[in-house]
Write a protein that binds this ligand. Structure first.
Ligand SMILES: [Zn+2]
Length: 158
């Protein structure tokens, strides 16, 4: 069996008057993530990890922020497209493991919904998708609630 590993990182700024969407799930909060698309940092990190595993570049290459087509885009739709790309090369997802870093709100109550949404989009079992949430212990930009970051590792097999 052929295996490939990839990692992804993403960060979006927290601002007022934007929805907070992570893993395709809208989370009630007084701030949301700023970005050209829906700014779903978790889904973006997963896409970058999948592309990175196959040395296919990054999401900015496939969905450039300069293209108005991706304005407000649902990142799960973009994730589906990246999945199609790796499937076309005969690869499948073995597992995904992610860490979300947010001082607030508490993300733990929403993790199951995120895993279910991502699993449905990627046609895998939710137990193949790990998501953990932590804070930054009030340190630095993440600790000051200026943004939310996501790290992801993905293992692909063929
Ligand atoms: Zn992003």
């Amino acid at each position: 069996m052929n295996l490939r590993i990839g990692n992804g990182y993403d960060l979006h700024k927290l601002v007022r008057d934007r929805p907070l969407i992570l893993g395709g799930v809208t989370i009630p909060h007084e701030f949301g993530l700023l970005g050209h698309s829906d700014a779903d940092a978790l889904t973006h990190a997963i896409m970058d990890a999948m592309l990175g595993a196959l040395s296919l570049g990054d999401i900015g290459h496939y969905f450039p922020p300069s293209d108005p087509k991706w304005q407000g885009a649902d990142s799960l739709v973009l994730l589906h497209q990246v999945h199609e790309l790796i499937k076309a090369q005969g690869w499948q997802i073995n597992n995904i493991d992610s860490v979300l870093i947010a001082e607030r709100p508490k993300l733990k109550p929403h993790i199951k919904a995120m895993r279910d949404k991502l699993a449905t989009t990627l046609q895998v079992n939710p137990d193949q998708i790990g998501i953990k949430a932590t804070t930054n212990e009030k340190l630095g930009h993440l600790g000051r609630e200026e943004g939310i970051a996501a790290y992801t590792v993905v293992l692909l097999s063929r």
